[in-house]
Ligand binder design. Structure first.
Ligand SMILES: [Zn+2]
Ligand SMILES: [Zn+2]
Length: 392
């Protein structure tokens, strides 16, 4: 079976490269993936998949049924949105939409989803059950496309799900896995400290929100230094502070904006409570009042241990164990986490680096690109995972 998959990956590779370049040249931002979505749906129809368009606005759901009868349903996921970046790669198929760029590799993810569909359609007579491929909008922008795909039923009946993401720190031809918590939850903090304006030379008549905000920022650092298990991880960053407009005026209020990242649901909930307690406590001790708003983003991404080992075994069978690496945990966030809250599965890394060809730029960089050989690895891996899971 692994040889069949690799042969079919070779067969479909030129078309997958063509699709990836077409998508790369025509990037669309979150929830605006109209042309990408159309190309995806038309390609899937040609392959003979059942296609549902307009899921979560611009998403597409494809179903490929095996001819051996009914059985389980395996989900595969691809995200389709680009980033608001001006591309500087100089590639012949560089972005034709100035200020928009596939700098996170979602063009590759989408083309890989289509390539996996082609292989699975060729192998329909090898399996019972079905493969559901979710092409979702908006991974980059909170609240993400995944919760809308789930709300509209894209995950109904799916028994397990697999997704991948390109990584610029590993070579093309390799894949990496990580059991358990792999990526962080990401929440935004909006804090307003309300004091009392006064003359800068007569502070006794005011309540200085600038001095208080300094205390608040320092006190919030104890969340990570004192309120987390030293073997666990969390980050709090205040990325913006605004208040005041003149050297001799104590302003009325100061606004702080920040991000809070955690690796466990438990600490995330606890940290939310502590942020409110710390800000309210410090402000109260100094006579100020405050507003604390936490805008919840993507949850912690937690890979099911047994499905992760299953996927890692599949990769070893397909490519050999020397092509498999241990994926690092990252404090970045990813809306694939929502699917993993509903069904078991794993999110794994696809190496795209090629040092000899100078392909080393990181994602979200205006020089980012991929070694396209990684597309072949991706389509073989996704298709084989689905087949192996259905036949398990
Ligand atoms: Zn990204
Ligand atoms: Zn991404």
């Amino acid at each position: 079976m692994t040889q069949d998959i690799l042969t079919l990956a070779d067969k479909h590779y030129p078309e997958v490269v063509r699709l990836r370049r077409t998508i790369h040249a025509n990037p669309e931002l979150a929830f605006e993936e109209h042309e990408t979505s159309k190309l995806v749906a038309e390609t899937l129809e040609k392959v003979g998949a059942e296609v549902q368009r307009g899921v979560a606005r611009t998403g597409v759901v494809a179903t490929i049924k095996g001819t051996k009868g009914s059985g389980r349903t395996i989900g595969l996921r691809a995200d389709m949105d680009a980033l608001p970046i001006l591309e500087a790669t100089g590639l012949e198929f560089a972005s034709k939409n100035p200020g928009k760029m596939h700098a996170c590799g979602h063009d590759a993810h989408t083309a890989i989803g289509l390539g996996a569909a082609m292989i699975l359609a060729d192998l329909r007579d090898q399996f019972a059950g079905e493969v559901r491929i979710l092409f979702q909008p908006s991974e980059e922008r909170n609240p993400g496309g995944a919760p809308f795909m789930i709300d509209e039923g894209a995950l109904n009946g799916v028994d397990e799900i697999y997704g991948l993401h390109v990584i610029a720190q590993n070579d093309a031809g390799t894949v990496g896995f990580c059991e358990g918590e792999m990526m962080a939850s990401a929440d935004e903090l909006y804090i307003t400290i309300k004091g009392k304006s006064a003359h800068g030379a007569r502070p006794q008549f005011g309540i200085d929100p600038i001095v208080i905000s300094a205390q608040v920022i320092i006190a919030l650092q104890t969340l990570v230094s004192r309120n987390i298990d030293p073997f666990s991880q969390g980050v709090i960053t205040i990325g913006s502070i605004h208040g005041g407009f003149a050297p001799n005026i104590i302003p009325e209020e100061v606004k702080l904006v920040g991000t809070l990242r955690s690796m466990t649901k438990e600490w995330r909930d606890y940290a939310h409570k502590r942020v409110v307690e710390i800000v309210e406590g410090v402000c109260a001790s100094m006579g100020a009042s405050c507003d604390v708003h936490i805008d919840k983003g993507y949850p912690v991404l937690s890979n099911d241990p047994s499905k992760t080992r299953f996927a890692e075994d599949a990769a070893c069978e397909l490519f050999g164990s020397d092509k498999v690496f241990k994926a690092e945990r990252l404090m970045g966030a990813e809306d694939f986490a929502y699917y993993l809250e509903k069904v078991p599965g794993t999110f794994y890394r696809l190496g795209i680096r090629n040092i000899s060809q100078g392909i080393t730029a990181d994602i979200h960089n205006d020089h980012f690109t991929i070694d396209e050989a990684s597309l072949k690895t991706g389509i073989a891996m996704q298709a084989y995972l689905a087949l192996k899971a259905l036949n398990a």
